[in-house]
Design a protein around this ligand. Structure first.
Ligand SMILES: [Zn+2]
Length: 121
């Protein structure tokens, strides 16, 4: 399997998007809002109402009261990146403006390549 280690990762704070340049020259651009909403961590999956144990639950989980408040949807810091770091050779770690940490594997980001962005070959 070809190595999925990007040439570059750029954050466009003006546009509010993250671009990944792949070894073959193609680029994945993901709006930060979309990226945050796709955060694969358990906390966010649960907040999105995804069932972490498919097949085990038939009824939706009751809404739990949380001791720590979740950021409001209108909280723009939630969709701003305050830091990026490599997680080994397989993933990108993102620290958001509200201090939430997300890890996106390169494979996950590669899957978000848009069909309207043809390879630059
Ligand atoms: Zn998360």
């Amino acid at each position: 399997m070809a190595e999925l280690l990007p040439r570059a990762v750029n954050v466009n704070r003006t546009e509010g998007s993250l671009s990944v340049v792949w070894p073959d020259g193609t680029t994945t651009t993901v709006p930060l809002m979309e990226l945050r909403q796709a955060c694969p961590c358990a906390t966010c999956a649960e907040a999105r109402g995804e069932n972490p144990h498919p097949g085990l639950l038939e009824a939706p989980l009751p809404v739990k009261s949380r001791s720590r408040g979740l950021p409001l949807l209108g909280d723009v810091r939630k969709f701003q990146i305050s830091g990026l770091h490599h997680v080994g050779r397989y993933a990108l770690g993102v620290t958001w403006g509200d201090n939430h940490q997300s890890i996106y594997s390169w494979a996950f980001l590669a899957e978000r390549r848009r069909p309207d962005a043809p390879p630059a070959v």
